[in-house]
Write a protein of this length. Structure first.
Length: 197
């Protein structure tokens, strides 16, 4: 299995991203863009794709597969792509506040700490559906790790499409998100343009 080992803050600086979107609490970073340097249309499209891949922790081949599924679905391909990325299990665990970062969410899902509708799921890319109940399994709840995580993520806002009960270590997907409620700074239309060439 391929692992992305890119230094987080260095990559954020290169893409002009705030680390807060990834769950890191560094206040502000300098962007690595020279003033006056013109970026081509292809360069802009590529940067948007790299941003989306980096934020959600998806490598090139799975990302391309998401795009192929998105164009076969009803509606706009770009919006479908963002909704599929947002409803990955690791991202939902992060959004619910059961992990400090998406990378940590990917790790705890892979280490068999989470149940979806009462069944253990160890695949971070598992697509959740409306009505799914996601919970920390019984054996993992007493771990100090989760007490520390909930202490850090307690003040984080949970999106409207999720309902979370931190005391019960449980959350529910009320409905699938629309593109308007996904607060990721990515222009998905540029990604569609890039892949449709």
């Amino acid at each position: 299995m391929a692992v992305n080992r890119v230094p987080i803050l260095k990559r954020c600086r290169a893409l002009g991203l705030e680390p807060g979107f990834l769950g890191y609490d560094k206040k502000s970073i300098r962007t690595n863009q020279r003033i006056g340097k013109k970026v081509s249309e292809y360069g802009l499209q590529l940067r948007e794709k790299q941003k989306a891949k980096f934020i959600y922790g998806v490598l090139e081949r799975p990302f391309r597969n998401y795009y192929k599924k998105a164009i076969r679905m009803k509606g706009l391909a770009g919006e479908n792509l963002m909704i599929m990325l947002e409803t990955r299990l690791d991202n939902v665990v992060f959004r619910m506040g059961f992990a400090r970062t998406r990378r940590e969410a990917r790790q705890v899902v892979g280490h068999k700490h989470f149940l979806v509708n009462g069944k253990r799921v160890t695949i971070p890319s598992y697509q959740v559906k409306a009505g799914d109940v996601i919970e920390v399994r019984e054996k993992s709840r007493p771990l100090q790790r989760y007490k520390d995580i909930l202490e850090v993520t307690g003040g984080r806002l949970t999106p409207d499409w999720l309902e979370v009960d931190h005391e019960a270590y449980k959350g529910t997907v009320k409905n699938l998100p629309s593109r308007e409620v996904i607060d990721v700074p990515v222009n998905e239309m540029l990604i569609v343009e890039l892949y449709s060439k």
